[in-house]
Ligand binder design. Sequence first.
Ligand code: C5P
Length: 241
Amino acid sequence: MPKRTPSNYIIFPLDVPSVKEAGKYIDLLAGRVGMFKVGLELFIEAGPSVVRRIVAAGGQVFLDLKLHDIPATVGRAMARAADLGVSLATVHCGESLRMLEAAVAGADGKVAVLGVTVLTSVTTEDLRSAGFRSELSLDMEALVLHRANLARQAGCAGVVCSPLEVEGIKKKLGRGFLAVTPGVRPSWEAVAGDDQQRVATPASAVAAGADYLVIGRPIRDADDPAAAAAKIADEIAGAIP
Ligand code: C5P
């Protein structure tokens, strides 16, 4: 992990549909956030070139493609992510320990692999209809912890989780197991029509032990995104343990 500074806790998601838009934020925020997250939308549009562009600008990349396939394919895909120079990459935890182990083997110590435990869009009814027994479908927290444990067993570096889950995960799996949290909203910034339900402020997420905060709209929609990132970093500075 790089030496911690307040701004390198921030991961800015490039949730934009074009390379041109992405470039605007890369130029504005390079050096002001710790990492850029490239997800499915931008990766399908722009491919590896956008990752190379960020790396060339001295930035770090969180490649959030949530891999889920047979172990051999996941391992080979992760090896290509490692060649690209990404720092963090995601894989789904829901299938098998072997798939997670293959991801870690493919990453070859060059990429920190993060497990995605249960998507926040999933409801207990979704789990029930997917065939989960009631002890797991009705207890989402137990399922999250069970899958986080599987990820750690496989050698993953950590998980993506809600800020409200960080304490439980760190307690059960150790402080060194990374917790990367979306759902972060600075107290001074309300996002119009916000769809994030289980939110925390940057300071409280960091105080709870979060290692990285994925913060999108409060920065992207600000009049001055660079100033918004700096203000969030100030808030984080007061909370670093
Ligand atoms: O704009 P906002 O700060 O809500 O962006 C959060 C980012 O984190 C988005 O890229 C979103 O897809 C991602 N994310 C999330 N909730 C999860 C997993 C990922 O909001 N459970």
